[in-house]
Design a protein around this ligand. Sequence first.
Ligand code: DAK
Length: 258
Amino acid sequence: MAYENIRLEIEDAIAVLTIDRPKALNALNSKTFHEIESALNSLPPTVRALIVTGGGDKAFVAGADIAEMVSIGAAQAREFSALGHRVMQQLEQLSIPTIAAVNGFALGGGCELALACDLIYASEKAKLGVPEVTLGVIPGFGGTQRLARLVGKMRAKELLFTGERVDAAKAKEIGLVLEVLPADQLLAHCKTVAGKLLKNGPLAVAQAKRIVEFGADQDLRAANELERQGFAVLFGSEDQKEGMKAFLEKRPAAFSGK
Ligand code: DAK
């Protein structure tokens, strides 16, 4: 399918989704959100990891599109926010692991997009932040909640109240990104990480993701019950038999995802 504001490239089991509107530093307008939604819906089952990055050499995503938002009213804002939430949740709930390759500015909605991914790696050039208060608003795509859950309430409040950007090193220090890479190595690093995940049982990786995601919002007892159920379900899979047999036979496992 032809897209205007994004690119979806699939190399074997890894898909790379590039938000590609460099003239607006890849800002997210409604059209871009609809294209992301449709790209995510179109992923074939052979894809087992997704990398999200930004087109051009400056930005991952510089935010929601301010030009589109400047004159909207409350009703449209609610619609736009609902669209953004839907897409972020879709990304968060994909059964495959997702990796944000933050190659430049990840501000506002761009930071929220990275936060909806499972793993975040950044280039040395990256700058991250949630500057919405400087525009008289707050993040509208789940960023307040995902940020606080990732870096803790107080760090999140500091970023949200000041609207200040942090560089990649500081982002790593506060746990907002996992690692910082030279710009020309970022994508290759993300593909290497994706490649490692691909060696593992896909059903097990999907369960681990689901249980961390859903468990994080529940009390410990309920979350542990989720883990027990997920653990048991995997024992009905061919992958569990194959993984354990392969170990005992001292050979690499050949997982089928069944
Ligand atoms: N939206 C639209 N256009 C953007 C943009 C954005 N977020 N960011 C940059 N651009 C455009 C610029 O307007 C400029 O366009 P032209 O003037 O060339 O036409 C072009 O991209 C290049 O940008 P600059 O000339 O500004 O580039 P610089 O290198 O000088 O500066 C920058 C880079 C990233 C520091 C700067 O562009 C910047 O500060 N951008 C805005 C960053 C920002 O504030 N992001 C947060 C956006 S607000 C809600 C829904 C959503 C949200 C909130 C509520 N509800 C519905 C309730 C979320 C809000 C946000 O994400």
